[in-house]
Design a protein around this ligand. Structure first.
Ligand code: FAD
Ligand code: NAP
Length: 338
């Protein structure tokens, strides 16, 4: 285990911010992590565990220890004719894991294709896309308590998953290093094409027989057309969560904005598209000195040439305040700010 000093974090965050951290280490085994938390560097400094750095905004240099998760391995815990239970090390790349499941005809996460980052960060905000959330297939999350070094496992219920959230992002933030995740995937094909964009793309691709591979290909195609590639333009995907409002509030809003996109939820509330709200406020495609709002998707803030992300944070404040003044809705950031 080699601890570097004054390391450049540009390759480790998808905003491409060239901030530095005081200490930096890559972790490849559980034992080395347990050893690390005994060191004075760990004990005397703030620390931050990073996977792919695709959901973080660094507003300044990080005055502590950054730990890059490189734990690897996929094992079958059990299987029968209907399902397979997999235990996947948290440093595995998420999209490569999705492709591995598709190759094996294991069904359940194909709609989550091409989401950047690691398996270990997936439970953190209960990653979701195109009508599927990772909570639907997680049976257990295995962790190490970073204070005591104890191994602690959480059942699906104990994770308190919600829309882009879990205990790892709220009450237990920074308390547990997620070391592996157990997934229960189906061997019996079932498909989720509830999002219009997928159905349209499958039609364009002239898919005759639906399969998890076809859905994955459709999702990859849509995402590649629509979202900025972090290798070309720095970004962390959606900067804000989509807000959900009470039905009577929505009814009033709809009178004023008849074209407002909306999605009724099972609990009677109504989900709105944050990107649309931001676009109506005139922010879509706005470019400032080295950063801005993406031209195709107003939910995505982009970095062209900043070194540190404070101006992006300030832009997000202005957007939140503008949306609040215009629609009376308070947007919440999805990205983790440091
Ligand atoms: P990081 O950014 O490294 O970390 C995120 C947070 O989790 C940090 O607070 C970190 O400390 C913590 N963390 C990371 N690993 C661990 C661990 N092992 N144990 C404990 N804490 C940990 N998200 C979606 O939900 N749906 C999408 O469709 C989606 N699309 C995206 C598209 C693009 C182009 C981009 C750039 C991002 C997108 N995201 C999406 C956001 C992001 O990819 C996910 O949140 C992803 O799970 C982050 O993984 P990561 O390994 O990069 O996490
Ligand atoms: P989109 O298809 O333009 O739709 C805009 C928003 O409306 C989405 O965010 C989605 O909410 C909601 N929506 C659309 N169709 C819906 C339906 N049939 N039922 C319920 N809600 C619906 O969105 P997009 O930006 O291109 O993203 C497509 C998918 O990828 C979305 O699921 C989105 O969450 C996900 N994505 C996430 C990130 C991220 O960083 N978190 C980045 C890119 C894409 P939901 O967000 O709740 O699905």
């Amino acid at each position: 285990m080699h601890i570097e000093t004054n390391a450049l974090l540009k390759p480790y965050n998808t905003f491409g911010l060239a901030v530095r951290c005081k200490y930096f280490v890559e972790i490849r085994t559980l034992e080395s992590f347990k050893g690390l938390i005994q060191t004075t560097i760990y004990r005397d400094h703030p620390h931050l565990i990073l996977g792919g750095g695709s959901n973080v905004l660094f507003t300044r240099d990080f005055d502590g220890l950054v730990i890059i998760n490189r734990l690897k391995g996929i094992e079958i815990v059990s299987e029968n004719d209907n399902e397979v239970v997999l235990r996947v090390a948290s440093g595995e790349n998420w999209h490569q894991f999705v492709l591995h499941c598709i190759d094996n005809n294991w069904c359940g996460i194909e709609n989550l294709s091409l989401i950047p980052g690691t398996v270990g960060a997936a439970p953190m905000q209960n990653i979701g896309a195109y009508g599927v959330e990772v909570k639907d297939v997680i049976s257990q999350v295995h962790t190490i308590d970073v204070k005591t070094g104890d191994e602690v496992s959480f059942t699906n219920e104990e994770c308190a998953f919600g829309y882009r959230t879990s205990i790892f992002k709220t009450t237990h933030k920074n308390r547990f290093f997620i070391t592996s995740v157990e997934f229960t995937l189906s061997k019996v094909p079932h498909f989720n094409t509830s999002y219009g964009a997928i159905r349209q793309k499958l039609q364009e691709m002239d898919v005759q027989e639906l399969s998890i591979k076809a859905i994955s290909d459709a999702v990859i195609a849509i995402r590649s057309e629509k979202l900025p590639n972090p290798a070309e333009i720095g970004n962390a995907g959606s900067f804000f969560k989509n807000p959900t409002v009470e039905k009577p509030f929505f009814d009033q809003l709809q009178k004023q904005y008849p074209g407002i996109p909306h999605y009724p939820q099972p609990d009677g509330k109504v989900k709105l598209a944050a990107g649309w709200l931001i676009e109506q406020c005139g922010w879509k495609g706005k470019t400032f000195d080295g950063y801005g709002v993406h031209k195709n998707q107003a939910l995505v803030l982009v970095n062209y040439s900043l070194t540190a992300g404070q101006p992006i944070y300030e832009l997000s404040e202005k957007i939140i305040s503008d949306v609040k003044n215009t629609f009376g809705i308070e947007l919440e950031r999805e990205v983790n700010v440091y």
